[in-house]
Design a protein around this ligand. Structure first.
Ligand code: PHE
Length: 359
């Protein structure tokens, strides 16, 4: 029974001596754990006479309470000093300059595609797409270029192995096959039959066997197509004049429509914009020279018929433009090949901030 004060003082000094939370827990186990000293005292109670048990039991309980309080207090102290130590060692100096972060840029082609979508979007055009690997029928035949047509030689085509069913396949040489794909769509035919009109632009990759400073085997075009019942050449002109002036940001930019030939349009026109050359430098705008930037025309009635529409009811215009070319002209880039080199220094110089809103 004299144990009691010894156990008390040993227990309390173990609690006081605990230097951290782990040591404190070890102290708790040595006193209150299964084999702890106070637990041991509790176990002796059963063997005592009732009177003694009552009196001694009360003292053991009080001792237990006292030790628990000491444990709690010590625990509180150790946790707050552990926190203080962490705060001291993990201090963040918010005044340090931030580490420079690599920031990407928008490629000029992506930028120009966004600009196209913005300008044509304002005129009611929506964005359409088609496959890069195209069948010969959509790329040529539907567009009034039959197999033996000389126009097939105009475009140096990458031919691919035919499909299992014998369908001849190509890498599309222009975005025009998407004209056919769109007109053939049941939804579009229904929309037209219901009196609606079709207006799409088709920005995308195109392929021809060609490679120099201004030609790459892979390049980009944007196709435009309008189909309804009343569209005429005047609409084609107005649309392209508005587009070119908005795109090049020159309100009085002169345009010249030159008669031309495409199998899928009739009449056809190539479009030039005014420019001038000073000390070998190109300036876009009214001047003494012209730059060709796109092909266009009224959709050939045979193309409309090939695509399942009645040319006696429907007509419209189409145009095709090199995206790389207009990007080079607008942003003063003189070698097309740099577009596809993925050179980060070039991209940092010619790229656009992702946060810049396209116009
Ligand atoms: N597809 C033609 C080309 O690649 C451009 C074009 C499109 C011309 C639509 C007229 C109408 O050269």
């Amino acid at each position: 029974m004299s144990d009691l004060s010894t156990i008390r003082s040993e227990a309390l000094s173990a609690v006081e001596a605990a230097a951290d939370l782990a040591a404190l827990d070890a102290a708790r186990v040595s006193v209150l754990g299964k084999k702890g000293s106070v637990t041991g005292l509790m176990k002796t109670l059963g063997a005592l006479a009732p009177e003694e048990r009552k009196e001694f039991g009360a003292r053991v309980n009080q001792l237990k309470g006292e030790i628990e309080t000491a444990l709690e207090a010590r625990k509180g102290m150790l946790s707050s000093s552990a926190l203080a130590a962490r705060l001291a060692s993990e201090k963040i100096d918010v005044s340090l300059p931030v580490r420079p972060e690599a920031q990407g840029t928008v490629h000029p082609i992506g930028q120009v595609m966004d600009e196209l979508a913005g300008i044509f979007g304002d005129m009611g055009f929506t964005w359409a797409e088609g496959p890069d690997i195209e069948d010969d029928w959509h790329n040529f035949t539907a567009l009034n270029i039959p197999p033996d047509h000389p126009a097939r030689q105009m475009q140096d085509t990458f031919y691919l192995p035919p499909r299992a069913d014998g369908t001849p396949m190509v890498l599309r040489t222009h975005t025009s096959p998407v004209q056919a794909r769109t007109m053939l769509s049941k939804d579009v035919q229904k929309m037209l039959a219901d009196g609606g009109s079709l207006r799409i632009i088709v920005p995308g990759r195109t392929y021809r066997i060609d490679s120099d400073a201004t030609h790459a085997p892979m390049f980009h075009q944007v196709e435009g197509l309008v189909i309804d019942r009343g569209t005429h050449m005047g609409h084609l002109k107005g649309c392209l004049v508005d587009f070119c002036r908005a795109f090049f940001e020159i309100d009085d930019l002169p345009l010249r429509f030159r008669p031309s030939y495409f199998p899928f349009t009739e009449p056809s026109a190539e479009v030039d914009i005014g420019c001038s050359w000073k000390d070998g430098e190109l300036r876009i705008g009214a001047g003494d020279s012209w730059l060709e930037i796109l092909g266009s025309g009224m959709v050939h009635p045979r193309v409309i018929a090939n695509c399942g529409l009645d040319p006696a009811i429907y007509q419209g215009f189409a145009f095709g433009m090199g995206i790389d070319r207009i990007a080079m002209l607008k942003y003063g880039i003189n070698d097309l090949r740099a577009f596809f080199d993925a050179d980060l220094r070039w991209l940092r110089n010619y790229g656009f901030s992702a946060l810049e809103m396209p116009r």
